[in-house]
Design a protein around this ligand. Structure first.
Ligand SMILES: Cc1cc2nc3c(=O)[nH]c(=O)nc-3n(C[C@H](O)[C@H](O)[C@H](O)COP(=O)(O)OP(=O)(O)OC[C@H]3O[C@@H](n4cnc5c(N)ncnc54)[C@H](O)[C@@H]3O)c2cc1C
Length: 398
């Protein structure tokens, strides 16, 4: 950040109230006077609290426009245990389109251990260059190390656009990275386009509980940063003869305290089938009335070779763990078949499943909004319809 806080050290009494109020840990005391570091966002909290009026936020300078040194599209390529997350391939496909429109290169940032195989995969899926930081200290995810590594890569490579997956890892450290590099972030985008003339990324996402779609731009800062949930974008086809290169990035570890250590990774047992990757999902809602009735959903899912999903209504009732929740605050899914049983179809549920190829809805209320997105709708009592479906599937040997 070029502008900095204005501190009148003669007026300052050294009370330290500015240090404790700063939400970004940007102030410390040196020789009894406040010292500001580069975490400062000029939010003004310190100026407000200072009893002596010794701190001032500088007047905003007229917008100078984005730094033209920033060029190219970069994606953060998440990997775990040597396996690249599918969302990275989806981002590469969209990234390629954006990079081609802008006439720039498409790069990927890959952090972890033994990255040769994952890096080659990223080249096959369209990256022109993959920056790797291959280090045992990045084997498990921690906010601090990943955030610092990506920040250093961004500052060095200077991409004008940075895309990341809205996965638990992405959601955890990408906002901090955006703050560290001093730019904005649009989370959970559902559409990304380019205004080629202004070189602006048009970042569209649901707003106000999904009732409107907002298109957000970041005209002054670089990079323009956005996250996208898995399965929202389409993955491209891999190339058999990729032409890109792998470039090891030399990370400066001096600013990484290592205060957080990853002790163990424990796989969640309650989610036998990964929802986001399932071709068939059978989801239950509050219409099931009791936890024990989820056995109907499980049985149907098993017969169809699918995974069990749920509405937030069912999750909040304590009938099934959160890992199964589909929707705005749950998972986004795009299976070939989605069967919604006793789910009303609130907009927050629909944003998580409406791109399924075929949607079958079973609901006793003919006015239920789920029927607006359903390919096939069955108006009826689920306690009659579902056992009959199970009976017929069993009879057919399903
Ligand atoms: C910020 C925010 C985020 C949210 N995120 C999510 C999210 O991620 N996912 C999500 O799902 N919700 C989310 N919600 C909640 C959402 O608004 C709804 O409250 C929720 O989806 C309702 O769950 P439901 O459809 O199971 O329950 P209900 O709305 O109570 O619907 C139950 C349905 O079952 C039907 N039914 C009842 N008995 C029978 C029967 N015997 N046979 C057949 N049908 C029957 C009823 O007709 C009704 O349509 C969110 C809300 C907010 C405010």
């Amino acid at each position: 950040m070029s502008a900095t806080l204005l501190i009148d050290t003669d007026l300052c009494s050294g009370c330290e109230s500015c240090v404790s109020v700063c939400p970004f840990s940007a102030l410390s005391m040196a020789d009894g006077k406040p010292l500001v570091n580069d975490q400062c966002t000029l939010c003004g909290a310190c100026a407000e609290i200072c009893p002596e009026g010794a701190i001032r936020v500088p007047e905003a300078a007229p917008a100078a426009g984005p730094d033209p040194a920033y060029r190219g599209v970069m994606i953060f390529a998440e990997q775990r245990l040597g396996r690249v997350a599918e969302v990275a391939f989806e981002l590469l496909h969209k990234g390629r389109e954006l990079a081609d429109t802008l006439g720039v290169t498409l790069t990927a940032a890959l952090l972890g251990r033994e990255l040769d195989g994952p890096a080659r995969e990223l080249l096959r899926y369209g990256a022109d260059r993959v920056y790797t930081v291959d280090d045992p200290r990045l084997e498990g995810f921690t906010d601090e190390a990943y955030g610092e590594a990506l920040t250093q890569i961004i500052r060095s490579v200077k991409p004008e656009i940075l895309l990341a997956g809205a996965t638990p890892i992405g959601r955890s450290f990408i906002p901090k990275t955006a703050t560290q590099v001093g730019t904005g972030l649009t989370a959970d985008c559902t559409e990304l386009e380019i205004d080629a003339e202004k070189r602006l990324l048009l970042q569209t996402r649901p707003a106000f509980g999904g009732n409107i779609m907002a298109t957000i731009t970041c005209p002054q800062r670089r990079p323009q940063m956005a996250t996208v949930r898995p399965k929202v974008l389409k993955k491209g086809a891999p190339s058999d003869s990729p032409a890109g290169e792998i470039v090891p990035f030399n990370l400066d570890w001096s600013g990484i305290s290592g205060k957080t250590r990853l002790l163990e990774i424990v796989e969640e047992l309650s989610e036998k089938v990964r929802l986001a990757e399932a071709d068939v999902i059978v989801a239950g809602g509050r219409g099931l009335q009791e936890a024990k009735h989820f056995s109907l959903i499980r049985e149907l899912a098993e017969l169809l070779g699918g995974a069990v999903g749920a509405s937030r209504g069912a999750v909040d009732s304590g009938w099934i763990p959160y890992a199964h929740q589909v929707g705005q605050t749950g998972k986004t899914v795009a299976p070939k078949l989605y069967v919604a049983i006793g789910v009303s179809g609130a907009v927050q549920h629909l944003v998580g499943m409406q791109s399924a190829e075929t949607i079958v809805a079973i609901n006793s209320d003919p006015q239920a909004p789920i029927f607006d997105v359903a390919t096939y709708g069955i108006v009826g009592d689920l306690f009659e319809v579902v056992p009959e479906m199970i009976r017929q599937l069993k009879a057919a040997g399903g």
